[in-house]
Design a protein around this ligand. Structure first.
Ligand SMILES: N[C@@H](CCC(=O)N[C@@H](CS)C(=O)NCC(=O)O)C(=O)O
Length: 199
């Protein structure tokens, strides 16, 4: 069976939502900080970070974006993303990569400012960057994050915004993102996954 190394309310949420959407059974493991610092865990996740996926074939995948792309191989019906090679695929790949490589790190800097420098200024700049990225998403000429249909990129944004402690203020005038959050949050898969997180 597929295994996911997870943490409640962490980057493993996106994989959990995909399992639900794809009807995949998975074994969820919750390593504590000490376990995440062991050499055996560091061998599968260099920074000791969550999430890590271990496929049925025993392949190990770290980094949430890599896990999303790996799990999309199980989406035979193409419900969660445009098919590779389609006209929409380039946009999908660009936007989900943008979230994973810009917004996710900004949210991490907001939550763990001490890792990056002087806390107040790191946090302030992280928040500014989060808002800049929200602006880019809001201004893009399509209804959802990566195009005119909902994709796993919208679920990914939902996960990141769930960690934004100032989301009420930050999203107040961003009606498109607000609407996307409402639609994603209403999905039974998302409701089920969020209900079992501890945050
Ligand atoms: N770029 C990584 C970031 C993963 C990450 O930072 N995960 C956090 C949880 S959301 C974590 O493991 N934090 C524990 C730590 O850094 O010690 C990804 O997309 O998977």
């Amino acid at each position: 069976m597929t295994t996911l190394y997870a943490m409640p309310g962490a980057g493993s949420v996106i994989a959990e939502i995909m399992f639900e959407e794809l009807g995949m059974k998975a074994n969820l493991l919750y390593p504590d900080e000490a376990e995440r610092n062991t050499s055996s865990f560091r061998a599968i996740s260099p920074y000791g970070r969550i999430p890590v996926l271990v496929t049925e074939q025993g392949q190990t995948v770290f980094e949430s974006l890599a896990i999303v792309l790996m799990l999309l191989e199980h989406d035979q019906a193409g419900r969660l993303a445009p098919r590779q090679g389609s006209a929409e695929y380039a946009g999908f790949l660009s936007w989900i990569t943008y979230l994973a490589t810009t917004l996710y790190p900004a949210v991490l800097r907001y939550h763990y400012p001490d890792r990056y420098g002087e806390e107040t200024s790191v946090r302030k700049k992280a928040l500014e960057e989060m808002n800049r990225i929200y602006d880019h998403i809001e201004a893009a000429d399509h209804d959802f994050v990566a195009g005119d249909t909902m994709t796993v990129a919208d679920y990914y944004l939902y996960m990141l915004i769930d960690w934004d402690e100032e989301a009420d203020v930050n999203l107040a005038s961003r009606h498109k993102i607000h609407r996307i959050m409402d639609k994603v949050g209403a999905l039974p898969s998302v409701k089920a996954v969020m209900a079992r997180q501890d945050n």
